[in-house]
Design a binder for this molecule. Structure first.
Ligand code: NDP
Length: 263
């Protein structure tokens, strides 16, 4: 199936590692141009070095914190100067917070709610007028299974994710008149940098990273028995971004190896 992504211009937030890097790589491989950001210039430069030889000027990067509206504005203006337009926005940047109700401070609640909501709001607000000019505009929000299946050890992330899933539905309804399609992907356990960091912080010395990931997948009862790969998420994102997904908006796709228990 031809996804019709050749010649499209995408903005992917948090493209320096994990899922965002895989999405960036796949959209480039499908012929799109991609502008991506992260806060850390080194991670971004490493990602650029890995992809630039293959995809050349179709990849453009610039450090940007999605929580800083001025930086988001500057990033958007620079993307438009470089590529001229944008067809696709993938709101991916972020990570989860491990804390229970009793251990989460007010400041941590505020940080988490700010991260999850404004990680979507700032870029969407800046790019909406630009997306409206596209022939097939798409927004994809990377969300978590926690939005529908909360975990008490990730209480703030679960609650904030649920709100952002609700927000995506409102965005889909409001933007539909302009043909801007908004969809969400809710993830279970996906191999990425944040899991590597958790392994380095928590794993017993005797476990290799692979053994630890397999054990976590087993303890969580993932029916497919393993973590997902970032590319397995990227494939679904590419579909939502494609010309083929022209009648899909306001929908939510679960990518979790079957660990979701809701119907
Ligand atoms: P990684 O840590 O591998 O990647 C996160 C990316 O986001 C990095 O490029 C990071 O770069 C960037 N980032 C983080 N905060 C900001 C910010 N404020 N502004 C700009 N960029 C930022 O994690 P994942 O690939 O796992 O995470 C991607 C998304 O998927 C996240 O939203 C995460 O919550 C979600 N998710 C992941 C799951 C998983 O199991 N992996 C499960 C459920 C949801 P830098 O730090 O340099 O800014």
């Amino acid at each position: 199936m031809d996804l019709g992504l050749a010649g499209k211009i995408a903005v992917v937030t948090g493209g320096s590692s994990g899922i965002g890097l895989a999405i960036t790589r796949l959209l480039l491989a499908e012929g799109a141009s991609v502008a991506t950001c992260a806060r850390g210039p080194k991670g971004l430069a490493d990602a650029e070095n890995r992809l630039k030889s293959e995809y050349g000027d179709r990849l453009w990067t610039m450090p940007c914190d999605v929580l800083d509206p001025d930086q988001v504005k500057r990033f958007t203006e620079s993307v438009l100067n470089h590529f001229g337009s944008v067809d696709i926005l993938v709101n991916n940047a972020g990570k989860g917070r491990v804390s229970t109700f009793e251990t989460t401070t007010d400041e941590e609640w505020r940080e988490e709610i700010e991260m999850k909501f404004f990680g979507v709001i700032h870029f969407t607000r800046e790019l909406l007028p630009v997306l409206r000019r596209s022939r097939a505009p798409r927004i994809v929000n990377i969300n978590a299974l926690l939005a529908r299946q909360p975990e008490s050890h990730m209480v703030a992330t679960s609650a904030a994710r649920s709100g952002v899933l609700n927000l995506a539905k409102s965005m889909a309804m409001e933007f539909a008149t302009d043909g801007v399609l908004v969809n969400s992907i809710i993830l279970g356990l996906i191999e990425s940098n944040q899991w590597r960091q958790r392994y380095e912080e928590q794993a017993e010395q005797t476990d290799s990273e692979r053994e630890w990931l397999d054990r976590v997948a087993c303890e969580k009862g993932v029916p497919l028995g393993r973590f997902g790969k970032p590319m397995e998420v990227a494939s679904a994102v590419a579909f939502f971004c494609s010309e083929q997904a022209s009648y899909i908006t306001g929908s939510t796709l679960e990518i979790s190896g079957g660990v979701g228990r809701f119907v």
